[in-house]
Ligand binder design. Structure first.
Ligand code: GDP
Length: 401
């Protein structure tokens, strides 16, 4: 797999947005969100030439260092090929836990798909239900990753049949939640159907995983999993990770089941945009038109010690370029975009332009806060609207009096 990509190569993929996927990982605490992100980054990171050079000298991608990167990066761009075609997958950071500030929802807004990670032993927990519900309410399509399947063998000592039964029960439970929380038109379309391949079983820690179609293609069975762990021979587990690497299973599933930004914006904009859907600006977003007026939804503001405040967000319409004057709808301020960059793996690289449907990082928007809607300056007085105000799905609160 080509790990060294030039900015031009990534940009040319980004211009064909059928080759882009915007996703996040959501989970109950400790179910494996961080481990899963780290595994994806290590295996499929797009590494810029600059970082690649340093990598040789410093073993840049050692696990400990990646952890730091994953925590810091607002977005990580991954590259993956299936059937000879290359794709850019933007893995957008979502906060590790649900709080009352609406942060999970805000990140969900810029995604089109979510990987819902569930610990195979613990099963569906309160936060699983909360994040899945939020995802469905934002029309973000969930795919399922049942993680820590190793624990079913090592700790619960289940047989292959018992493992399958447990996994099926979990899928039924997830589908009940989808039935409950999805809007009518997505209730069936978005259900988890193992035979189609929109659920991955595996171990992020041990780096193996498969969907049913992948298992069939590679001839892997649950009995292989049981044998690998009950043998006590570590090399058997490594063998499994070589036969069915977790990053391949997850990225293939994402590419196949998460809609591309153009398809997604058609049904997501009517849900999340609070403004006239017949207006030019809304139509441009519905079509993810790179020639339309700029609309940027900022999901993250971070301080970079070298660059200052970096705004990360999704370009829903238009093409973001340096020098552009834009209007911050919430802050009611005009600001100029000083620099535009794209994510190369976890780092940022200067780019001339970022077209609709993609994730961009911008400098110069220091008056913006997370959740800000930034539009083309010509809409300054037009009262075009902004993204739907966040509504919070809160977890039950225990008050101690
Ligand atoms: P997060 O809170 O969802 O980000 O969870 P982490 O990724 O930090 O994982 C929580 C704990 O579960 C850590 O101790 C991980 O090493 C462990 N873990 C993650 N994936 C697996 C797995 O596949 N199998 C087992 N047994 N442990 C795992």
């Amino acid at each position: 797999m080509p790990r060294y990509k030039t900015v031009e190569q990534v940009l040319s993929l980004m211009k064909d947005i059928t080759r882009v996927r915007n996703i996040g990982i959501i989970a109950h605490v400790d179910h494996g969100k961080t481990t899963t992100s780290d595994t994806l980054l290590a295996a499929a990171g797009i590494i810029s030439q600059k970082v690649a050079g340093e990598a040789l000298a410093l073993d840049y991608l050692s696990v400990e260092q990646q952890r730091g990167i994953t925590v810091k990066a607002a977005n990580i761009s991954l590259y993956h090929e299936i059937e000879g075609k290359g794709y850019v997958i933007n893995l957008i950071d979502t906060p590790g836990h649900v709080d009352f500030s609406g942060r999970v929802t805000r990140s969900l807004r810029i995604l089109d798909g979510s990987i819902v990670v569930v610990d195979a032993v613990e099963g569906i927990m309160t936060q699983t239900e909360t994040v899945l519900r939020q995802s469905l309410e934002e029309r973000v399509r969930p795919i399922l990753f049942i993680n820590k399947v190793d624990r079913l063998v090592k700790e619960l000592k289940l047989s292959p049949q018992e493992i399958q039964k447990k996994l099926i029960d979990m899928i039924v439970e997830i589908n009940n939640l989808i039935e409950m929380y999805a809007e009518p038109e997505y209730k069936d379309a978005w259900k988890i159907k193992p035979e189609l391949g929109n659920v991955v079983f595996g171990s992020a820690k041990d780096k193996w995983g498969f969907s049913v179609p992948i298992a069939q293609k590679k001839g892997v069975k649950f009995s292989d999993v049981v044998n690998a762990y009950s043998s006590g021979d570590k090399s058997k587990v490594e063998e499994l990770a070589n036969r069915v690497p977790i990053h391949e299973a997850l990225l293939e599933t994402v590419i196949k089941f998460v809609p591309n930004p153009r398809d997604a914006q058609k049904y997501r904009i009517p849900k999340i945009w609070k403004g006239d859907l017949d207006s030019d600006i809304a139509k441009a977003m519905i079509n993810a038109d790179p020639n339309g007026p700029i609309v940027l939804m900022i999901s993250d503001m971070k301080v970079d010690p070298h660059a200052g405040l970096v705004a990360t967000g999704r370009v829903f319409s238009g093409t973001l370029r340096a020098g552009e004057e834009i209007w911050l709808v919430n802050a009611k301020r005009q600001q100029r975009v000083l620099q535009v960059s794209l994510y190369m793996g976890p780092t940022r690289e200067l780019a001339e332009e970022i077209p609709a449907g993609n994730i961009a990082a911008a400098l110069g928007l220091d008056q913006a806060r997370s959740g800000e809607t930034a539009v083309d300056i010509k809409y300054k007085d037009a009262n075009v609207g902004s993204f739907e105000s966040l509504h919070y799905v809160s977890e039950p609160v225990v008050t101690i009096s």
